[in-house]
Design a protein around this ligand. Structure first.
Ligand code: MN
Length: 143
């Protein structure tokens, strides 16, 4: 039961060391799904509908911006918040990444002291959004 109450986070990251670091930081309080390519990430997102996606941009095969676009164009997955975690940090790149559909941007190398809190903040925002749309739904049903 406690496992079901955990948030599910999908990590799409091709670098083993980065994946291990993010896993170590998040595994205690979240259920983690891991993909090392964009294609695999899209598959897992569709299968498991995670609460949040952490997306590397530089990936073999399709890159992270294509992954974000693909997920945001699909009605099934478009509501899942996507946070880019990337070494592309110029203003130009940030804009390109947000325009592709990412909801946030965390620069690499990640700050191990603040990373978990940043992620929790995004998850809380998501939860609030879900609760708000839930209550709107209830009000509509009560009309
Ligand atoms: Mn990469």
């Amino acid at each position: 039961m406690s496992k079901k109450n955990k948030d599910t986070i999908l990590i799409i990251e091709d670098n083993e060391m980065n994946m291990a670091l993010v896993r170590e930081i998040l595994k205690r309080d979240s259920s983690l799904l891991e993909a090392t390519t964009g294609e695999e990430g899209i598959d897992l997102a569709n299968k498991f509908l995670p609460d949040l996606i952490l997306l590397d941009i530089g990936l073999p095969g399709i890159d992270g911006t294509v992954v974000a676009k693909t997920l945001k164009e699909n009605p099934k997955t478009k509501g899942i918040p996507i946070i880019a975690v990337t070494a592309y940090v110029s203003e130009y790149d940030k804009e390109r990444i947000l325009n592709a559909g990412c909801d946030g941007h965390i620069p690499k190398p990640i700050n191990v002291k603040t990373f978990e809190n940043e992620i929790r903040t995004y998850l809380k925002k998501t939860l609030k959004m879900a609760q708000t749309s839930g209550s709107i739904l209830i009000s509509i049903c009560n009309l």
